[in-house]
Design a protein around this ligand. Sequence first.
Ligand code: KIV
Ligand code: ZN
Length: 499
Amino acid sequence: MSNNKVYIFDTTLRDGEQVPGCQLNTIEKIEVARQLEKLGVDVIEAGFPVSSPGDFNSVVEISKAVSNPTICALTRAVKKDIEVAADALKFAKRGRIHTGIGTSPYHIFSKLNSNPEAIIERAVEAVKYAKKFVEDVEFYAEDAGRSDNEYLARVIEAVIKAGATVVNIPDTTGYCLPAEYGEKIAYLVNNVPNIDKAIISTHCHNDLGMATANTISGIINGARQVEVTMNGIGERAGNTSLEEVVMTLKCHHDLALETGIDSKQIMKTSGLVSTLMRMPIQPNKAIVGRNAFAHSSGIHQDGVLKSRENYEIIDPVDVGVKESSIVLTARSGRAALKHRLSVLGYELEPSQLDSTYNKFLDLADRKKDITDEDLEILIGHEHKTDKQSLKLVSLQVMCGLSIIPTATVQVSFNGDVFTETASGNGPIDAAFTAVKALTKRRVRLEEFLIQAITRGSDDLGKVHVQVEHQGHIYYGFAAHTDIVTASVEAFLDALSKIL
Ligand code: KIV
Ligand code: ZN
């Protein structure tokens, strides 16, 4: 066994699945297990067979569905649990029983109502019994994070002697500090005489937000298996997240450690787990959050456009994200706008870029982020307003439940400004009536279409109009976050063509 390989033990389907509301049916679990196999995990903890017929069945079906990873089943240090787990693993190419018992004073005295020596006996008995069914037996010392190191070392020595191939040191309550957890692992490495006969595994919970740091500290001090879940899901604040550990090892070449994970499968796996478990990922989640590769401040955007490494330690392609994104907001600079426009196929002269940038800032102040569609419209709008002879100077509308909709419109035509007020059966009708009165053209509105471009209520509304004048049809178009303004501008666009 090479000493620079870190084995990835995925417990998304066992510890992760214990989250209320995240339960999966067997078909969904098989889908996740197949994706975990593609991701390249070494072990899949498929369930706790004695806990329910559903869990038993999932372990059976996952054992049949995947062939590369070892399939692991959890038990307590109870004979019946071990027998049921062995039965559930009967189709696994490589099966592992994961048995264990609490070793902290809390667990020994108040949960199990026992004493330290009796706990060692039960641990040894459980490992020996599991060994009758499978060669690969992992032992967990529950709440090892709060267990006394000297006592823990005695337990670990005894279970390795009984045949444990992997010894799991869970920080069940997420209590440890990274240095403390690392020292615990180092203590076992240095004080358990037969430790070379087993692999030390980490299993950290995130109650203080230190699960990944603790896991990495465990690895640095000698652990060579990590128990993790996709997206860090798990009871309470969750487990150590697989993607964070894998990418930390990948980024830190100085540690000279490797995993068998195909990191390009990370995003796909993360999305599948999030969707099936109905557990959204926080946008700023490391590696897999929506914003993990999105740059929105002008200084960072400029830096990333010069060279990605200026502000990124991970190439997004390495985790299955096509590219970093430059999010256009009111804090974006000209460089980001120019870059996005050129991706969309627009190369602007410096003066055009200046005026487009001013319009962009104006829009960005009203809208959270600017989409490609918004930019297309800004560009179209830019070309159009230069040609248009009728321009909207100001617009005021009054409307509501108990008042007659009234609009006051100011329009400039060849340098002169004209004002008109009219009422109608809605704000747009009132504004159109005022415009018609101003321009003194006999026009008929043939078609009027309002569309929200994307999703949000703060989005741009797009308006298309068709008007008929003396047997000819004229088209007008405009976009604005205010749909009454967009409608009047589209109407003026069409009327300008008549004039
Ligand atoms: O957190 C924990 O201690 C566990 C064990 C059952 C391995 O999940
Ligand atoms: Zn756990």
